[in-house]
Design a protein around this ligand. Structure first.
Ligand code: NAI
Ligand code: MG
Length: 372
């Protein structure tokens, strides 16, 4: 039995809809296992810009930092905040990731046996696939644009005599590479004991350094099988034979692209959770940010069509990684599987012979299984 504080940032679009269901499931876990969760709800995204003038206020960041874990929905997607608006809702994510140093993004992909037909990939290719992508989240190509500009990390459009040119910078230090590789090897030890380090070492200097550091770290884990793979080849192998992978570790941009690709193995973006971890310790473990991999889905917001399972499985990851509650996390995963197995679906997974539920109904079904 424990008391835990969870910062909750529902955000925009379907963010609040799926986050409500994740909380419903956390409440079901609390009553079944005798825990107490205190939720600290804060504004983030468009609502925060309108009420507080920033995508996430410093006060909210502080609430997050003092909590045991952070549950995040999604931000962005309202037409009035597209492009030219000065404060963008998506800045909340960069502030959280960079401010709390969440450098490791874990995205597990494990297609459920009863959902294999929902993927565009053949069932016989998918069966048995169970992998996790460990994406570096606070460096690489995405972090040249910070304000004020970081010295040595240009990201800008320049006027030259031949017209405009643009530059982004892919910069990694040995320390940044080493810490993300260690997260991957530690994760592999709890899984199938294989790490695939993905880079573009035939072209990029940053990848040459990445390989050197990866080889050095791998020597500390002789019990884990280790391989390098070029990112373009990895994109192909992921859909050719996903069962060959266990832990994939890679640079920020490569990880972003590969995880959207990998999400199709599971049938829908609405199925995939994520955890972002850093070094900040709490009384119960490591502070983490947990969110579905999807965005605010403005096209389906407010219609009860959103699949809450990615958010619910993110809550399971929260219990496992930040609170050390492994059986509770496993109970959520089992409940999700049981409900899908029984033929219940949300709109994104509609197939013949299935029963399509609204967002809240899906949450209620899963909570009911947990209560049994
Ligand atoms: P999206 O992930 O919001 O939606 C892509 C497609 O998947 C849409 O057709 C949507 O209806 C569907 N979809 C997504 N989640 C679903 C769910 N749970 N159940 C059923 N269907 C689902 O990506 P999009 O449309 O490119 O971006 C919309 C907004 O979200 C943008 O402003 C983007 O910047 C933001 N975004 C925010 C993220 C975050 O907060 N972490 C991540 C990705 C995008
Ligand atoms: Mg993405």
């Amino acid at each position: 039995m424990g008391n835990y504080t969870i910062a909750v940032l529902p955000g925009d679009g379907i963010g609040p809809e799926v986050t409500d269901e994740a909380i419903r499931i956390l409440d079901a876990v609390a009553s079944r296992f005798g825990h107490s969760f205190t939720y600290q709800k804060r504004l983030v995204g468009v609502a925060a810009i309108e009420a507080e003038g920033d995508a996430i206020s410093d006060a909210s960041l502080e609430v997050c930092q003092r909590s045991d874990a952070i549950l995040f929905g999604a931000v962005g997607g309202l037409p009035s905040y597209d492009g030219s608006h000065k404060v963008k809702p998506e800045q909340a994510l960069f502030k959280l990731r960079k401010g709390l140093q969440f450098f490791a993004n874990l995205r597990p992909v494990k297609p459920l046996n009863s959902l294999l037909s929902a993927s565009p990939i053949k069932a016989e290719v998918l069966r048995g696939a169970d992998l996790v992508v460990v994406r570096e989240l606070t460096g690489g190509l995405y972090y040249g644009h910070l304000e004020p500009p970081v010295p040595g990390k240009p990201s800008e459009i320049r006027q030259t005599e031949q017209g405009k040119s643009a530059i982004d910078t892919l910069l990694y230090s040995e320390a940044e590479i080493e810490r993300i590789l260690r997260v991957a090897f530690e994760a592999a030890r709890d899984r199938k004991k294989k790490v695939t380090s993905v880079d573009k070492a035939n072209v990029l200097s940053s990848s040459v350094l990445w390989r050197q550091v990866a080889n050095r770290v791998a020597a500390d884990y002789p019990d884990v099988t280790f391989e390098h793979m070029l990112v373009d080849a990895c994109a192909m192998h992921l859909i050719r034979k996903p069962t060959n992978f266990d832990v994939i570790v890679t640079e920020n941009l490569f990880g972003d692209i590969l995880t959207d690709e990998a999400s199709m193995l599971a049938g829908s973006m609405g199925m995939l959770p994520s955890a972002s971890l850093g070094t900040h310790e709490t009384a119960h473990g490591r502070l983490g940010l947990y969110e579905p991999i999807h965005g605010s889905a403005p096209d389906i917001a407010g219609q009860g069509k959103a699949n809450p399972i990615a958010a619910i499985l993110s809550a399971a990851m929260l219990l496992q990684y930040s609170l050390g509650l492994k059986s509770e996390a496993a109970a959520i995963e089992a409940a999700v599987e049981q409900v899908i197995q029984a033929g219940y679906r949300t709109e994104d997974l509609r197939e013949e012979e299935t029963k399509v539920l609204k967002t809240q109904e899906m949450g209620q079904k899963i909570a009911a299984v947990l209560a049994q």
